[in-house]
Write a protein that binds this ligand. Structure first.
Ligand SMILES: CC(C)(COP(=O)(O)OP(=O)(O)OC[C@H]1O[C@@H](n2cnc3c(N)ncnc32)[C@H](O)[C@@H]1OP(=O)(O)O)[C@@H](O)C(=O)NCCC(=O)NCCS
Length: 179
């Protein structure tokens, strides 16, 4: 997983979604220039060989402005405490090349992203958020994302708001080392 400098590496990329293909081919470089989102490529490595990108994600800063009482109780030791907002990073775009689907590339990429934000992030960042295509939400659930809002709030939307708690990843790792 590395930040993209030359977007030509995506010339042969196709994830099967028109909007996402259009973004990576025509808009992602401008988003980077304007400091609106940073795009990362995901490539496969075998011995000294590195593949063309098999997936990409564009990420940007975000904040979660509201958790309900029950979410707060689960997330924070002192569930009564409420902050104005909670720092997060948002997955703005995410796509796996159609030739590599169902090979756990998407899951591995999300794992690399989680790893990045619990080990190398330089500012506070507690959550990863995503406005997931409704039909893809199961993919994110399998990577430990939860729904942020009650389903009726977004029932007419194409996307659903989801989040992942990075503290959970940190605690899982600590437990693994103590075992
Ligand atoms: C959705 C997408 C990212 C999944 O990537 P992938 O590499 O094919 O998925 P993986 O092989 O890593 O799948 C991981 C798990 O999620 C499940 N999964 C994959 N696609 C899914 C979907 N559309 N709905 C529900 N579950 C899904 C897999 O069955 C697998 O489950 P398992 O761990 O129990 O075996 C990819 O299909 C894609 O790029 N789609 C087009 C673009 C898109 O929709 N992007 C998302 C924008 S929000």
């Amino acid at each position: 997983m590395e930040p993209v400098e030359d977007f030509k590496i995506f010339d042969g990329f196709c994830c099967g979604d028109e909007d996402l293909n259009d973004f990576i081919h025509n808009d992602a470089a401008r988003y980077a220039d304007d400091l609106l989102a940073i795009t990362y490529s995901f490539r496969l490595k075998q011995d000294e060989l590195i593949s063309d990108p098999v997936a990409f994600t564009s990420i940007l800063n975000d904040a979660i402005r509201h958790f309900n009482k029950s979410q707060r109780r689960k997330l924070f030791a002192n569930g009564k405490r409420s902050y104005e907002q909670y720092p997060a990073v948002k997955i703005g775009r995410f796509g796996v090349d159609s030739r590599y689907k169902n090979l756990k590339i998407g899951k591995s990429f999300l794992n690399a992203l989680k790893d990045f934000f619990v080990t190398r992030n330089r500012t506070g960042c507690r959550f990863i958020t995503v406005d997931a295509y409704r039909e893809i939400s199961g993919f994110y659930e399998k990577s430990d994302f939860s729904f942020l809002l009650p389903s009726e709030v977004e029932k007419d939307e194409r996307t659903v708001s989801m989040y992942l708690d990075l503290k959970r990843i940190v605690l899982q790792r600590q437990a693994a080392f103590q075992a």
